[in-house]
Design a protein around this ligand. Sequence first.
Ligand SMILES: CC(=O)SCCNC(=O)CCNC(=O)[C@H](O)C(C)(C)COP(=O)(O)OP(=O)(O)OC[C@H]1O[C@@H](n2cnc3c(N)ncnc32)[C@H](O)[C@@H]1OP(=O)(O)O
Length: 428
Amino acid sequence: MSTEHLTHPIDETSRRALADAGLRLALVDTSDAAAFDGWLQADARGFLTARMSREALAEERGYLTTRRTTGVYDDSLPSGSPVGTVSSWPAPLTVPGPAEIPAWLISSVTVAPTHRRKGVATALLGGELRTAHALGYSLAVLTVSESVIYGRWGFGPATFATAWSVDTKRVRWTGPETAGRLSFTEPEDYRETGRAVIARVMASRAGEVGLEPRLADRLIGPLAGTPDKDEYRLVRYDSPAGEPEGFVSYTVKEQGDFTKHLVEVSYLAAATDEALTALWRYLIELDLVAEVRVSVRGVDEPLHALVSDIRGARVTGVEDHLWVRILDVPAALAARRYETDGSLVLEVEDALGFAAGRFRIDVEGGAATVIPTQDGADVTLPVTALGSVYLGHDLARSLGLAGRIRGDVAGLDRLFRTAVPPRLSTWF
Ligand SMILES: CC(=O)SCCNC(=O)CCNC(=O)[C@H](O)C(C)(C)COP(=O)(O)OP(=O)(O)OC[C@H]1O[C@@H](n2cnc3c(N)ncnc32)[C@H](O)[C@@H]1OP(=O)(O)O
């Protein structure tokens, strides 16, 4: 992928807005260890995590040079560390088809508590969207700390994630037998193979994103900054033909009774159904374990169908996960496939302007042609709602019920929804 995002000039509108508030917006030189460490520590502080160790800083510096790293500085302060942070980078987003679209990923949005609610995040996000748009990205995506923040910048929740607790003393495995092989491995020995497995997982489902090495490696084994990193175990699944198809990374904790440990799954990667069932069976049948917890699974995780007692496998949470911000309606809508043919005229409202307009979408044989039009609108919706239905999730009807999508809501739902719901199986 191009490296233009690393050197593209900072956004002038945001630079000026922050300068008016006595603050300086700047790209961080990631080859300057002291400057980058200051930014990394400010990012950690913003997310309420502990100060980073030298080892963790060195590791992050090694990984994160491929991100556009931006800081906001208050030069009246002696410390020189930023009071605002954001990072961004291009990566493929899997869309219905499955197909791929280059997306602008945004992370590390923090503003120091001493400088909050003065418009710093507004400047950072506006700058990110204008930069992504200028570089030709038709959408931006992020995962959020709080669901109340990003709607104002046109992001809508587009995938949802489930968390599970399995009472392994109560359930029995009733799923299929699998013929492949499970074995323990160590992250260092599995790095390249694990990254390839993750790439297959990410390409197979709408909503997943291509993971840079740092994000993939974090799923294979803990990074240097992880407090309990020695507790992680890694088990791989290989098909009968010896093809690597999945893995699970997890920790085991004693809970006061040696026969009832708690297993917390860090990541379960399954590129095939066989890998998924083999790894779930492995977890459910562990000795000396009473509970398996796992989060960030899809809304269609098939666990209830695989165990003897549905209530022994509980969904403990369902949350919004990936948020999508459409910047270029024709390009974004034409990049995905559709499961039914049809035509609609969409009136898209966007206070920030990027996606505003009226567009005709004609789908034939699953492929869309999208053009600006003056025809009467069938559906009127804010850009947040377009982001929410874009990846195929069934949100159109509830957004229609709430009055946020007007017009032919059923037609929009028929055209955009997919049989398999979108999923993003990690954070970034
Ligand atoms: C993709 C990611 O990185 S997600 C991570 C987001 N970051 C965090 O959660 C870390 C902790 N929080 C923070 O660092 C900051 O509070 C931020 C980044 C969320 C907001 O930074 P600020 O500079 O205070 O935001 P800013 O002043 O630009 O506020 C813009 C608007 O959002 C609102 N807002 C900002 N944060 C929040 C919040 N947490 N909850 C509700 N509203 C919020 C403001 O009230 C303001 O509303 P208005 O436009 O109606 O006046």
